[in-house]
Structures are given as structure tokens and as C-alpha cells.
Design a protein. Structure first.
Length: 271
């Protein structure tokens, strides 16, 4: 890592993700309730989502008051520095609400529109993943020190383990279920973890061969997408496009391309 600014951004992102993760892990009330809903009655926000985003934005603003923000729970500031923070304070809210362990804090920094730093903290795993553009992907966990991440060597598609997610709008979910049903006979199996950020990091770690999902927002994939790419995975949306709300795809080289083609042929990006 040669750019001092990127180093500083990484350290700040790591601190923000760590502190938000500790708040969510240690401060979860026994009677946690839904604070509000978003796209549908089952697309929920808890008081802890809001508290974690407030912690992250206030911490970063103290150090870098001229930066912009884009956050899932409403943080939206233009900024004047050329740096924008893209934040999902709690990716996997429904898992968190039910006491399931697959949730994460995702913090990414963009410089002039390009993601240069990504940190995903998964407190219930005891793992944190991070990347700086051009510097590889790394993780800390139960092992000693930092571990370099690398995606799995690509198996034939029919031996690939692929994860996905489902939207909270009924009509979209029904279409996604149809796509998954068509894919399952062509793959080893499909998983549904409930956190896009964790799924992308699992591609980076070699725990998944691929991942796809429709309906994500920038805060869902900004950090995880960089981590996956720096671990050697390929990422994109529809053929020739970047990840987007239409479609996000990640996978080992050799899995990414045929998976992306199938999703395009099946019309996974529309109803």
C-alpha cells in the first residue's frame, strides 16, 4: 500500500466497522423490535441499524469533516473532498433481528467515484475482511495476524457452490425463486446466507464459488465487491456492466462467466 491517503482511509474504516460491530454485538437488546419498514412490511430496520449508522458517520466526520456519505439508513452528504463513504451499518438485518449470526457492518470509501477501500466486519464470526485497491484482500480472525484471501480455483459449473439472496417485494421474490429453480440442477447447490456483504467476502475467502443477486444497493456491495476482486474473483452486473441494482454477480474466474451468461439468458435482472 503506497498511497498514504488510502492507508488513512483504511484505518478509519476499520475503526468504524469494529466499533459499530461491537455496538451491534454487545448492545443488542433482548426485546429488539422493528423501528420501521422500507420496501415492504418484511423489509425491516431496527433501532440498532440506526444507532450503528450514527456511530459510523459521527466517527468519520470527526476525522474527515469534508467527506461525503451514502448510507442505507439515510446518511446522504455530498462532501467537498472527493471522498465518499458508502455504508451499510447492518447488512443482514433480518438475521440480526432473529438472532442468526450471519450479519455484518460494511464500510467502503470511494475516491472520485472509484471504490478504493472496503472493510466488512462480521462480529459473530469473529472475522473482519478488508482491501485497498491494488493491495490484495486480507482478513483477521481466530488465526494469528492477517491472512491473505484468494478465491477458489474454478470448478466446472455443475460442481460450483453459489449463493444468492431474495428481495422483500413479493413479485420480485417470486421471479427470483423461478431463476433459482432453473439454476439448481446446473450447480452443486445454492445457499442463501442473508447478507450480501458476507456472501461477497465468502467468495473472496474461497468458501463460495459464486454469488448473484438482484435488487442490491451500492451500500450492500461496495466493500464486498472490492474485497472479492482483490482476492482474484471477477465481479460485475449484466454482461459488460458493473454491479448494480439490476444484477450483481461475483465468482472465481471460470465460474463468473458461465454464471453471468445463464443469469442473462434466464432474465434474472427483470420480471
Amino acid at each position: 500500500m503506497t498511497d498514504p491517503l488510502h492507508r488513512d482511509l483504511l484505518e478509519l474504516a476499520q475503526e468504524a466497522a469494529r466499533r459499530a460491530g461491537e455496538l451491534l454485538r454487545d448492545g443488542r437488546p433482548a426485546d429488539l423490535a422493528v423501528a420501521r419498514t422500507k420496501s415492504s412490511p418484511i423489509d425491516v430496520v431496527t433501532e440498532m441499524d440506526l444507532a450503528a449508522e450514527k456511530l459510523i458517520t459521527e466517527l468519520i466526520s470527526r476525522h474527515r469533516p469534508d467527506d461525503g456519505f451514502l448510507g442505507e439508513e439515510g446518511a446522504s452528504v455530498e462532501g467537498t473532498s472527493g471522498i465518499r463513504w458508502v455504508i451499510d451499518p447492518l447488512d443482514g438485518t433480518v438475521n440480526y433481528l432473529y438472532g442468526l449470526p450471519t450479519w455484518a457492518v460494511s464500510v467502503a470509501a470511494e475516491r472520485d467515484g472509484e471504490t478504493v477501500v472496503g472493510v466488512v466486519a462480521a462480529p459473530m464470526r469473529g472475522e473482519t475482511y478488508h482491501a485497498v485497491r491494488g493491495g490484495g484482500a486480507w482478513a483477521t480472525g481466530a488465526w494469528q495476524g492477517e491472512r491473505a484471501l484468494a478465491c477458489r480455483p474454478a470448478p466446472p459449473l455443475d460442481q460450483a457452490l453459489v449463493s444468492t439472496g431474495f428481495n422483500y417485494v413479493t413479485e420480485v421474490r417470486a421471479h427470483q425463486a423461478e431463476i433459482a429453480a432453473r439454476l439448481i440442477p446446473m450447480l452443486r447447490d445454492i445457499r442463501r446466507g442473508g447478507s450480501a456483504a458476507v456472501d461477497l467476502c465468502d467468495v473472496a475467502c474461497g468458501r463460495l464459488d459464486g454469488y448473484y443477486e438482484r435488487g442490491l444497493h451500492a451500500w450492500d456491495f461496495a466493500a464486498g465487491d472490492l474485497i472479492a476482486r482483490e482476492a482474484g474473483a471477477l465481479t460485475g452486473g449484466r454482461p459488460g456492466e458493473r454491479p448494480s441494482g439490476e444484477l450483481t454477480v461475483a465468482g472465481s474466474p471460470g465460474v463468473f462467466e458461465p454464471l453471468q451468461r445463464l443469469l442473462e439468458d434466464f432474465g434474472a435482472w427483470h420480471d
